[in-house]
Design a binder for this molecule. Sequence first.
Ligand SMILES: Nc1ncnc2c1ncn2[C@@H]1O[C@H](COP(=O)(O)OP(=O)(O)OP(=O)(O)O)[C@@H](O)[C@H]1O
Ligand SMILES: [Mg+2]
Length: 294
Amino acid sequence: MSIRMEDLTVKFKNGVTAVDHVCLEIPKGVYGLLGENGAGKTTLMRVLTTVLAQTGGTVTLDGMQYSEQNYEKIQKKIGYLPQEIDLYPGLTVQECLEYMGDLAGIPKELCRKRIRYYLEKTSLTDHRRKKMRQLSGGMKRRVGLIQALLNEPEFLIVDEPTTGLDPEERIRIRNLLVDFSDNRTVLFSTHVVEDLVATCSRLAIMKKGRFLYSGSMQELLDEAKGHVWICRTSDEGTAREIEKNYHVSSKQFVDGGMQVKFLSEDKPEIRCAPCETTLEDAYIYVTNFRAGRL
Ligand SMILES: Nc1ncnc2c1ncn2[C@@H]1O[C@H](COP(=O)(O)OP(=O)(O)OP(=O)(O)O)[C@@H](O)[C@H]1O
Ligand SMILES: [Mg+2]
């Protein structure tokens, strides 16, 4: 299972180019998609699920072109958790999932077996008789994820699956996605950097409809290596100067002052020490320093 995009473009009627001539190949496994609000992640995912047609370029799934005559075949291979999902408020969780399974053409018994399995995996078994409208936001999100998994798709597209989940559920869902990705492709968008650290080895970073980075997590970290610095200071003026001149990735009060972690392309002129790079630092590095070079 591999997905290829070539020169892919989505231009809306209002003139916004949400996806701007991008090329990308997504291999098997969990593939992360990071990017600021409005970067184009949802639009890209909507094209990959065939919900939205591109206005330029091509997409192929295992060599099969995204075109109207192939849409049905492609849809059978895809599961999708949209960013916004509001499933049948008057149905119970069980009824809702059975209905979704029916629409997907999954035989009844097999469907029930899968529902049982995924309800358990997402800690929803005890809530299966509740009406959809009685669920909390995080529970609805998990039901949404189950409906995307029901046909056990080869290509799973999940748009911010962990939004609104408590820490324990977030971890369970991430682990579920990793297990599910065995021999399949999972495209996972999120704003939470730790979600990607915990699940994927490859990712793309989007900004203004383009990819600032695509490749391995390790190469991304290497790219920012040597550009992350830490300064401990008791002088408020120094802390302010850092904030004014550099991209600060974190700051905290420590004994006797402030510790500021920041990014700089060159060695800063203030007293500071090089520092280990996290994915969050690398993200800030790429979005701020690479964007200017494109
Ligand atoms: N149907 C639409 N018509 C016009 N413009 C749109 C439409 N959908 C999205 N856009 C615009 O396209 C751009 C990309 O939006 P998109 O929803 O893909 O971003 P995103 O990366 O998913 O953001 P977020 O992280 O907030 O979910 C934005 O400028 C948005 O306003
Ligand atoms: Mg989005």
